[in-house]
Design a protein around this ligand. Structure first.
Ligand code: ZN
Length: 436
């Protein structure tokens, strides 16, 4: 156990200031003045922040471990400053739509996790009516789609089924998290085979997100269900969400590093590593998303790490056929930190979006903050250690990445889980259950 850690910029209660953290038995036991004699003294260019809590990660094990698995995903997470991840219920086989499937997820993760891992459940047509059992088994909430998910075993909910899911989840005070693209709008958009990124964008219009979010908000109003909009891409939906919140609807929203750090104008054709759904839109949209974050309309930032094999991702460059998903678990935090600093947002905001806010979303009170009694999950980020992203060297199982070749101003230099450095081969991750 590293008993004391000192840095010139430690994030405590939303403020960066010099401090020394005392750590014992995996928790933070005291926050003391800066002490140059601490066991670990970070350079003056370092920030000491709460470990990132990434509530949107597709690990895909069991069943599609060749896409991504717990050993590789949690190793990549630790290298990127992520100390807790919450696994999505789909792309693994079976999907996490039953208590039995949750048990198989947990047993796959148990011996391999290098960081802490929690689980979302899935709301699919067949799991409706049985969601409370899964909630009692410890999932943090339920994911559903309103358009095809990309895998057959995880079908979307139609509008009637969405209403039923909202009612059911509201009955036990749960959280419904939604991939908000409307199937009818997507169907009506042209989507011929094409290697052109511009064509791909036309096939996933903003209106698909707006229509789905409108329907979701109507359902939240009717049922009182807590809802969370996953991976918001279209800034045109921000007014809808702000209005819903002003009205008192229980809605939260996330966006992702790739929507904040990349723009359609820079994406080459026939480059499926940039394909995700909803898509990365134009530069004006990207700036508007940053404004949504600055204004607090967007609550949190998560990776939506969703890799696959090079063959499925490549698909000969056809953006309709290629797998939709960005591999960003290891570089998401560094990418957002770099872009935030460039845009004049302090790292205290980044930690609020990527650690505290996400921990609060899933009710993990001991995560995502530097406070006495909190878990000693910490990340050191140093602005004097530049990072050149080389996709072939990332720890993800399949190292393709939309961030390949990017140069970032700073890097994650230390990741501590419950007070100990996360080193290659250590498997100290704990499986988390919902407690609130
Ligand atoms: Zn996802």
């Amino acid at each position: 156990m590293t008993a004391t850690v000192a840095a010139r910029r430690v994030l405590v209660e939303g403020v960066l200031a010099p401090a020394t953290l005392h750590l014992a038995d995996g928790t933070i036991t005291a926050i003391a003045p800066y002490d140059a004699g601490a066991a670990l003294v970070l350079p003056d260019t370092s920030y000491l922040l709460p470990g990132v809590v990434d509530t949107h990660v597709h690990v895909n094990e069991p069943g599609r471990t060749e896409w991504e698995g717990f050993a590789t995903a949690t190793r990549a997470a630790a290298l990127g400053g992520v100390t807790t991840l919450v696994d999505m219920p789909l792309n693994s086989v079976p999907p996490t739509t039953t208590v039995e499937a949750l048990a198989s997820k947990r047993s796959a993760a148990a011996t391999q996790a290098a960081v802490d891992v929690g689980f979302w459940g899935g709301a699919v047509p067949d799991s409706l009516g049985g969601l409370e059992r899964l909630w009692e088994a410890g999932v943090f909430g339920f994911k559903c789609f309103l358009s095809p998910s990309g895998v057959e075993e995880f079908p979307a909910l139609d509008p009637v089924q969405l209403g039923a899911a909202l009612k059911e989840v509201a009955s036990f005070g749960g959280l419904l998290i939604v991939h908000a693209e409307d199937a009818a709008v997507l169907d009506a958009a042209p989507h011929p085979p094409s290697r052109s990124y511009a064509d791909f964008l036309v096939s996933r219009p903003d209106e698909a997100e707006l229509a789905a979010i409108r329907r979701l908000l109507d359902g939240a109003r009717e049922t009182g269900c807590r809802v969370h909009v996953l991976h918001l891409s279209s800034a045109r939906a921000l007014d809808l969400i702000a209005d819903a919140r002003a009205e008192g609807l229980p809605v939260t929203v996330e966006t992702c590093p790739h929507y904040l750090c990349l723009a359609a104008e820079e994406i080459p054709d026939a480059a499926p590593e940039f394909k995700c759904c909803p898509p990365i839109r134009d530069e004006g949209n990207r700036s508007a998303l940053w404004e949504g974050l600055a204004d607090g309309v967007i609550d949190v930032v998560v990776s939506d790490h969703s890799p696959t094999t090079p063959a499925m991702k490549g698909a000969g460059g056809d953006l309709q056929q290629a797998w939709g998903g960005i591999a960003g678990l290891q570089v998401g935090f560094a990418a957002v930190a770099d872009e935030a600093l460039r845009r004049g947002h302090g790292l205290e905001r980044v930690a609020a979006w990527m650690a505290t806010g996400t921990a609060d979303l899933v009710g993990l009170a001991a995560k995502g903050r530097i406070a006495v009694g909190a878990d000693a999950d910490l990340v050191a980020y140093d602005t004097a250690v530049p990072l050149s992203v080389d996709a072939s060297r990332l720890a993800h199982r399949n190292p393709g990445s939309a961030y390949d070749g990017r140069r970032l101003a700073g890097s994650v230099t230390h990741t501590l889980l419950r007070g100990e450095p996360v080193e290659e081969g250590t498997r100290r991750g704990v499986l988390l259950e919902r407690t609130t």
